[in-house]
Design a protein around this ligand. Structure first.
Ligand code: ATP
Length: 512
């Protein structure tokens, strides 16, 4: 199965099993907007909990807030979003499709990288054990030609983006002979800037004075509450404020399922530090956040850092944590050293003093900020896509299993009476009633036990608990493990401990 086919199957699986539905489906959907179903919301809430507890509960100097989506419109002038939150767009005149110019170029660069990797794989096959990869990369003419092309295109792209030179971006697309993936032609329009913020009206006035924006990031809600939290919480620098909430961007290139949405959720933490100490904290948070990701157990080699080529208007250092999605390595989280740009500008625009008096140095200053910003939906996609697995079993049967890390699994255990009679359903209900106060459990008595196991595998339930006739005599049940499919007899009294050991947040949080 190709990666593309795999991706298609996992998207339809997400719908079939109640993880994610296209929004407004009975009206043919709304592009790049999705709804989370009955299992999706459980997984999403577990990811939120993992993030929140690792930030707010484990760090005495980080507190959380929940600020409103609507904010004073001046905030977006101060933050730079009205002036600079733009994407360079280009249209293909034949297909009438619109693309982000930088994304077209990045896809082109990714293809050249792919060519290099194919060449290296060919060499490896040809030379076998005698293959010296380093030397091959340094001398093979095809590799060298593609590498120098990558370097040239990359540096021209960065220069054009930094200078906001839209003509240079267009020239580069033409020079690379990039064609529209739909029409296959090079018939491109000029490159134009497009602001990504959604606007709406507040109150009954329908003139410009009533225009407000849906927030494109949650961070500004933290900045404008900096003094409130610092004073009421008696916070001492360094300290952080965390928030989980919706953000909205009018993305033009909406694609790749929940990777790029118009309405999405962010989990952001702004860490306020002494000026001059920001790079130390930036490095520290890069390391801490990578550890958080790796502790989930999706595979250490699925993550890498990518330093930003073009720094945002507010940053003096920035890196992404990229994840290997089925469509390649892409940004999952951003870590930015935002300097005093935001607080400084809010001070200017609001006319209020936003400063911190540092009792240790006896100085007042505008704190510097290091931000960690992760897309909740992208994190969901990372967990979900790496968990999805179509397996052939020893007995020739096939199963789809979601190997979701047990602590994040939407349902922790399924309680299944072997048959629908002889008092087994009653016993199974008794077990449900005992477990439901600690774990999200499902009761299922329909269809053969094999079919029920498959259904639970397909939604990632770590344990299936089967109640059979012996249970009524010996007080034991059969517990089946999702991943190994091994079964063991367990006393009903021991179930709680067993499930807890496998699925508790505690075990993961202690690793951080
Ligand atoms: P991209 O380059 O992919 O557009 P970005 O650099 O604009 O992303 P940030 O502004 O750094 O993203 O936002 C922080 C995080 O929010 C991202 O790492 C990503 O996980 C998430 N995010 C941003 N835009 C979207 C979106 N349209 N849909 C889903 N998640 C998003």
């Amino acid at each position: 199965m190709t990666q593309e086919e795999l991706f298609k199957s996992l998207v339809s699986h997400a719908k079939e099993y109640g993880f994610i539905f296209p929004s407004s489906e009975i009206y043919d959907g709304l592009s790049a907007v999705y709804d989370y179903g009955q299992l999706g919301v459980e997984l999403k809430n577990n990811i939120k909990r993992y993030w929140w507890e690792s930030m707010v509960r484990l760090n005495e100097n980080i507190v959380g807030i929940d600020s409103a989506i609507f904010m004073h419109p001046r905030i977006w002038e101060a933050s730079g979003h009205v002036g600079a939150f733009n994407d360079p767009l280009i249209d293909n005149k034949d297909s009438k499709k619109r693309y982000r110019a930088d994304v077209l170029l990045e896809d082109y660069l990714a293809k050249l990288e792919e060519k290099i990797e194919k060449e290296v794989a060919k060499g490896r096959k040809k030379f076998g054990d005698a293959f010296d990869e380093e030397q091959f990369r340094a001398t093979n003419p095809n590799v060298l030609r593609n590498r120098s092309k990558i370097n040239e295109v990359h540096s021209r792209m960065v220069a054009a983006l930094e200078a906001n030179d839209l003509q240079a971006l267009r020239d580069l697309i033409l020079d690379c002979e990039i064609v529209c993936p739909i029409s296959g032609t090079k018939n491109w329009t000029d490159v134009r800037q497009f602001n990504l913020m959604f606007s709406t009206q507040i109150g009954s006035v329908s003139d410009d004075a009533g225009i407000i924006y849906l927030r494109p990031e949650t961070a500004q809600g933290i900045f404008v509450n900096f003094l409130n939290v610092q004073k009421t919480g008696r916070m001492k620098i360094p300290f952080g404020i965390a928030q989980i909430g919706k953000a909205f961007r009018n993305e033009i290139v909406a694609r790749q399922f929940i990777f790029r949405m118009r309405e999405f959720e962010q989990m952001e933490m702004q860490f306020f530090v002494r000026p001059g100490e920001e790079i130390k904290w930036y490095e520290k948070w890069k390391e801490t956040r990578l550890k958080w990701h790796k502790a989930m157990g999706l595979g250490d080699d699925k993550y890498r850092f990518h330093d930003h080529d073009k720094l945002a208007h507010y940053a003096n250092a920035a890196a992404d944590i990229e994840f290997e999605f089925p469509f390649g390595f892409k940004e999952l989280e951003g870590i930015h050293s935002r300097t005093d740009f935001d607080l400084g500008n809010h001070q200017k625009f609001s006319g209020r003093k936003i400063q911190y008096f540092d009792p240790e140095t006896n100085e007042s200053y505008v704190p510097y900020v290091v931000e960690t910003s992760i897309g909740l939906d992208r994190c969901f996609l990372a967990v979900y896509s790496s968990a999805y697995c179509e397996e052939k079993l020893d007995n020739g049967e096939e199963r789809v299993v979601l190997r979701i890390p047990p602590f994040l699994a939407p349902v922790k255990a399924a309680v299944l009476p072997l048959v629908k009679k002889d008092g087994l359903p009653e016993k199974a209900r008794e077990i449900m009633n005992m477990l439901k106060f600690d774990f999200n459990c499902q009761y299922d008595e329909k269809d053969s036990i094999g079919k029920r196991y498959r259904r639970q595998d397909a939604i990632g339930t770590p344990y299936c608990i089967t109640v059979d006739h012996d249970t009524l005599k010996d007080g034991c049940v059969t517990v089946r493990d999702r991943d190994t499919m091994e079964q063991e007899r367990v006393k009903i009294d021991e179930l709680k401990n067993l499930i807890d050991n496998k699925t508790s947040f505690r075990n993961i949080l202690q690793k951080l």
